[in-house]
Structure formats: C-alpha cells, structure tokens
Design a protein around this ligand. Structure first.
Ligand code: 13P
Length: 303
C-alpha cells in the first residue's frame, strides 16, 4: 500500500488514462470529497451521471446511487469502489412487496424514493429524491398515490402537499434515530440557531425545524440564514462540506460522529483500485433498467 501522496498521484494519473469522473455524495469521507469532480445530493448526482462527458464514472456513494447512474447512463461504465456499500432504507422494500401493495391499490400511481433498488424503481411510476419529492407528488394527478419506501419523507410530503398518501413503513435508521428531545436540547443550548433538517427525519423532529432540505438544499438554506448558528439535523458527515463552504458559521449536529457506516466504506485506496482494475462495475439488467429509467426520467422532467 502506498502513502496517501502516492495514492493521490496514482488516482490523478488513472483518472486521466481512463477518462473517468469521480462523483461523490455529501456524506463521503473528506478525502474522497476533495478528489471528486462533483459532490452533491442524490438529485444532483443523478443529473451529473446522466450528462457527464466521460467514459467511466467512479461513484463514491452507496449502491442505489451507483445503480441510478447505470440506469441513466448505460453507455458509460459505472464503478462503485466498495460494492458492500448498501443502504438499510433501500433494503426495507422488495419488488415483490411493492407488487403486493399495488394489487391492493390497482388505481394508485407509485412514487419511489431514489433510496431503493433498480428492481423496485422498475415497479414504480415515478422516482423522487429528498430534493424534489414535494414537486413530484404535486405534479401527479391520480386518485391514489403509493409512496415508498421512506415513511418519514412520505409523511412530510403528505403534510406539505395536503395529499393523502399510502406510505410504505421504511426509514433510514440514522435519521430516524434523531429524536425530538435531542433537538430540544440543542435548541436550549443554542437558542438563536436556525434549525435545518433532512426530510428523512421523524415528523416530530421536522416540526421543530425552521427549514427542511436535501443535503445539497442545506447549502442554500445556510447561505441565506441571518444567524451564524445552525443546528443541522442529518448525518454528521455533512459537517465537512458545510464547514468548508461556510467556515464562519457554527454548525451543531445531534451527534458529532459521522454515522452512516456504508457511506464511509469508500476510501482512497478503493478508488485507486477501482480505477486501476475497472471494477467493481455496477450494471442493471436491461428489462429492469428500461422500466426504472421511465420512473427516473419522469422525475428529472419534473424537477
Ligand atoms: P440527499 O439526496 O438529500 O443527499 O439524501 C440522500 C440520503 O441517502 C440521505 O440519507
């Protein structure tokens, strides 16, 4: 194993040789964000993946994000440097489970959060992300809407849009672990702080927030904030990109340690190995891909 400098030098050389771009989610380790061509939320990453001018996409995120890249851009090679980087929220729903629910509601339109497998997206009419779930549901004219798999995001969308949704009972364990007493304690310690929350947080937590935003949406909220103190209710890894962009602001998280273990599985060594070996590659069977693509494209058309 080489030193960090050697690894960085090798990544720099290989990314040129392979005509590769490196895309990274906002929760990635700082050293991964620092080498990425683009860092963003699921929506921004999906947009980048669909439009990048490169032969290889090294996707530094979790499996469903790399799968989305393979769905929207099958002509490029999508690499996930650590194939075990999964998402417990995506694991809460299977295509079979969704098919059973659809049979109970044959007239329903299905909106599926991007944190899901390609096979579940393929059974859905629309995809959505935390950045556009409200707009996607507002754009749908249907007697019934099934919303999967995140119950917290579903309840938030239901409250904002006033639409009655049939909601799958999944959740992200990291966001669902943030409780109202934790937030109240932070507010007691920092009474002047603005509170911004990710919509995967519980309903009672979102009620305590001033703003609800996707990870990238949080940048805009903080940019416009009139106070320097911000309570940020999401995975503490967000402290890195937010702190880099807003060095003068004081950011407070419910937990200090970054907590999404899957997001932290990707390391510089694994990125280098991926670029060198052009593996592990993420692919989606063509029949599933085409159906999932319809759901993703409908989303991208809306917002
Ligand atoms: P964003 O799309 O807001 O980055 O959220 C992704 C995610 O998985 C949050 O847990």
């Amino acid at each position: 194993m080489g030193s960090d400098e050697e690894i960085l030098e090798s990544i720099g050389r290989l990314r040129e040789e392979r005509k590769a771009v490196i895309l990274a989610h906002n929760y990635q380790r700082p050293e991964i964000q620092d080498i990425a061509d683009y860092v963003g939320d699921s929506l921004g990453l999906a947009r980048q993946a669909s439009s990048v001018d490169a032969e290889v996409i090294v996707f530094c995120g979790v499996h469903f994000m790399a799968e989305t890249s393979a769905i929207v851009n099958p002509g490029k090679m999508t690499l996930l440097p650590e194939p075990a980087a999964g998402c417990p929220l995506a694991d809460t729903i299977t295509p079979e489970g969704l098919i059973t629910l659809k049979k109970l509601h044959p007239r329903a339109v299905v909106v599926t959060y991007v944190n899901s497998t390609a096979a579940v997206k393929a059974e859905s009419d629309y995809c959505c992300t935390s950045g556009n779930a409200v707009e996607v549901v507002r754009a749908i004219d249907a007697p019934e809407i099934i919303f999967t798999p995140d119950k917290n995001l579903g309840r938030y969308v239901q409250r904002v849009t006033g639409r009655e949704l049939i909601i799958w009972e999944g959740c992200c364990p990291i966001h669902d672990d943030i409780t109202a007493p934790m937030v109240m304690e932070l507010k007691r310690l920092h009474p002047a702080a603005l509170v911004v929350a990710h919509p995967e947080c519980r309903e009672e937590v979102l009620e305590l927030a001033d703003e609800v935003a996707s990870t990238s949406g949080m940048f805009k909220v903080i940019e416009n904030a009139v106070t320097d103190e911000i309570i940020v209710l999401t995975e503490a890894g967000m402290g890195y990109p937010l702190g880099k962009r807003f060095p003068a602001r004081r950011l407070y998280f419910p937990r200090e340690e970054p907590l999404c273990p899957n997001m932290k599985l990707i390391t510089l060594e694994k990125v280098e190995r991926s670029l060198r070996d052009l593996a592990p590659m993420v692919t989606v069977a063509e029949d599933i891909r085409l159906n999932a693509l319809l759901a993703v494209e409908r989303m991208l058309e809306i917002g």
